[in-house]
Design a protein around this ligand. Structure first.
Ligand code: ZN
Length: 315
């Protein structure tokens, strides 16, 4: 097996990140490049897709990448390659073709992957959960995304497996961006934290809580409690080796992880609560782009990358 290179792009509301990874003859994965470019989302969907396509062409040409993985901050139709809902970038995204323009520009096969699923794949292959068999990953920021790795492979189910943020926790709870009520995301995302605390940043909330501010302490307790419930539900269903948390809210560090792990263990009545591990993600802001590259690499391991099927798998 000779060395093969893959490009990964991560489309975000503020930045488009690009990486190139190389799998060498021994199967080892090396990261050759990491770059960040502004999305300029205010210019509209067409301009953003053009920018992604140009970046894919540039990075593929420069490094001779065999295929491109593209992380999408929302939902898409894997069969057609069109966007369904991209909530955090302005513009008309529904039905917008995402895969074809990038494929045409780069002259390489392109695989789309939800950005939270990409994060999960990266943390399981190269990050906090490296070497573990079954892992539940959660990215917690403006929204709450997730991904499930089973037997070392990203589990897609019929397409959107891993949406841990949209499990209902409170039947008549606050309205969620997905249209349902009482989703985990509606209870613990940064939007919920800011609304509850009356503060302007998540960092500020944790700082105020450390200083003993009563409203901030109440907010942090609320997040820990509901996040623990969400994680314990996932744990009960999948019995993972670890639960990995990343994203902006997770940057709170020990103030979150210590109490969260205790709360999770305290809520587990079956299995071995003392063995449950809640780990901070370690790959930082390039996890999504790395995961997008790994999504192509992983599917290419059993032969050349083919067409993306209806369930997101590659034939
Ligand atoms: Zn929801």
């Amino acid at each position: 097996m000779t060395a093969v290179r893959y490009a990964g792009l991560d489309l975000g509301g503020t930045n488009i990140k690009t990486v190139v990874v190389e799998r060498d003859a021994d199967g080892e994965i090396r990261v050759l490049s990491r770059r960040s470019h502004l999305t300029h989302g205010h210019e509209g969907a067409d301009a953003v897709v053009d920018r992604v396509a140009a970046l894919a062409r540039a990075v593929t040409g420069e490094y001779g990448a065999a295929a491109v993985g593209l992380g999408i901050p929302g939902w898409f139709d894997p069969a057609s390659g069109c966007a369904r809902l991209i909530p955090n970038i302005p513009g008309e995204w529904s039905g917008k073709q995402l895969r074809r323009p990038v494929e045409t520009a780069a002259g390489r096969p392109v695989v789309l992957i939800n950005d939270a699923r990409a994060f999960a794949l990266a943390e399981s292959r190269l990050g906090a959960a490296r070497g573990l068999n079954t892992v539940v990953c959660v990215t917690l920021g403006t929204g709450m995304g997730g991904g499930v790795v089973i037997g070392g492979r990203l589990h897609m189910g019929t397409g959107d497996a891993g949406e841990i943020g949209h499990q209902t926790l409170q039947v008549d709870g606050p309205l969620c961006g997905c249209g349902n009520r009482g989703c985990a995301e509606a209870l613990v995302s940064s939007a919920a934290v800011l609304r509850m605390s009356g503060r302007s940043s998540v960092e500020e909330v944790y700082e105020a809580a450390r200083a003993g501010d009563e409203r901030a302490v109440r907010t942090v307790d609320h997040v820990i409690r509901w996040l623990a419930v969400a994680l314990v539900n996932a744990y009960t269903l999948l019995a993972p080796d670890a639960l990995v948390i990343g994203g902006g809210v997770a940057a709170a560090g020990d103030a979150l992880f210590g109490p969260l792990e205790r709360e999770v263990r305290g809520r587990i009545t079956l299995g071995r609560p003392e063995d449950v591990r809640v780990l901070p993600a370690v790959l930082g802001t390039y996890a999504g782009a790395l995961g997008a590259a790994l999504a192509v690499l992983e599917r290419d391991e059993n032969g050349p990358v083919g067409k993306q099927g209806e369930n997101g798998r590659i034939s």
